[in-house]
Design a protein around this ligand. Structure first.
Ligand code: AMP
Ligand code: MG
Length: 357
């Protein structure tokens, strides 16, 4: 346990860019060789996605941008949790106690989610679609209506849906529990970013960031310097901290500020603790760096649920090296490896507790 040293000295040019740049986005666009940076924005998976490709080959950049756009749009359609989609079809079949036909990508996503759910002690649990729905988050704009009744929550908890209830046989999935309702909101963005980055790599892209609303995978570098990433301040404007991405890394943050409603002065956010059926408490954001975006995404969701009391155990069981958690008082908890890379961007810097998982 130790305090993180204060940032000292005047911020340099790149640092000013970080602070002034897009919140929670990869910081790009400052510095020379600006014409080698190709940028594009789109709306996909419920968020604004920034694509940055650093290359001398304009044609390659355009092909890469089109590829990422296509991959993310496909993923949004395939795994949409409430608009009619292949996923809502699968959920209907499960509810009817029938086998559902699943495409190869969805089978892979299910298998990956089973491993991650199990490693997180089911704090990452993408089968709680019903709970997320009764909380009103299966809409684009949740109206400020009351939270669900305790009876309703208790009944859904008693059904105990889990990824382990699902069984894949050939191109079919069956569930031993009809109450499983898949909602991949906690992992699909990461999984789709992995698909997109793998594809543009095959096209020949070496330096890029695919940033889906602050959740991103960065490969290579921004010319002669690393990509610099800002991590959004969960309780204030701008970024709480920044770090440099190394080679090929995904940096994902789950925050209670992303989707929420207020009822009678109390805030209810979109990440549900599968143990209580209520929005998780204790942490306001959780950030994970990992080599693959799907794991970073699922782990960040699991860790915000785990909160300050359980984050170390979950980080350990999920095999995570880089974790940062901010609690409701603003205290920052980090693994030692994360602490070495984080540069705080708020004054005064927060209280920091560094602990080995
Ligand atoms: P993220 O921003 O990655 O943490 O994902 C949040 C989204 O994941 C929510 O909007 C829900 O769709 C879904 N979700 C909520 N709670 C959980 C949970 N405990 N496990 C898995 N997915 C969840
Ligand atoms: Mg997530």
């Amino acid at each position: 346990m130790n305090q993180h040293p204060r940032l000292s000295g005047k911020p340099g040019r790149a640092l000013r860019c970080t602070v002034l740049g897009i919140v929670m986005a990869a910081v790009t666009g400052c510095g020379h060789d600006q014409d080698l940076l190709h940028k594009s924005q789109l709306l996909a998976m419920g968020t604004l996605v920034d694509i940055s490709i650093w290359t001398r080959d304009d044609g390659l950049a355009q092909r890469a941008i089109a590829t990422v756009t296509q991959e993310l749009n496909d993923a949004e359609h395939r795994w949409h949790a409430w608009r009619p989609s292949p996923l809502t079809e699968i959920n209907s079949k499960i509810a009817a106690g029938q086998p559902a036909t699943v495409d190869a990508l969805t089978r892979d996503l299910i298998k990956k989610s089973q491993i991650l759910a199990s490693a997180s002690d089911n704090l990452f649990n993408p089968t709680i679609g019903k709970l997320i729905e009764v909380w009103g988050f299966h809409t684009d704009d949740r109206p400020d209506v009351p939270p669900p009744a305790q009876d309703q929550i208790d009944a859904l908890l008693a059904n105990a849906p889990a990824m382990a209830d699902l069984h894949i046989d050939g191109d079919h999935v069956t569930s031993t529990n009809r109450h499983v309702q898949l909602d991949f909101g906690g992992i699909a963005k990461g999984y789709a970013v992995d698909l997109a980055v793998d594809k543009i790599r095959k096209l020949g892209v070496r330096n890029a960031i695919v940033d889906a609303g602050g959740d991103l995978r960065a490969i290579g570098s921004h010319g002669d310097r690393p990509w610099r990433i800002g991590i959004r301040n969960p309780r204030g404007p701008g970024v709480i901290a920044s770090l440099e991405a190394r080679g090929d890394e995904s940096i994902f943050t789950s925050g209670d500020y992303e989707r929420y409603f207020i009822y009678k002065g109390k805030r209810y956010h979109h990440i549900i603790d599968p143990r209580t059926g209520y929005p998780s408490t204790g942490a306001t954001s959780a950030t994970v760096i990992h080599s693959d975006a799907a794991t970073a995404d699922a782990a960040a969701t699991a860790l915000i649920v785990a909160g300050p009391k359980k984050w170390r155990a979950v980080a350990k069981s999920m095999g995570l090296k880089y974790v940062m958690l901010v609690d409701s008082k603003g205290t920052v908890y980090m693994t030692p490896a994360m602490a070495k890379r984080i540069k705080f961007q708020i004054e005064p810097p927060p209280k920091v507790i560094v602990a080995q998982p």
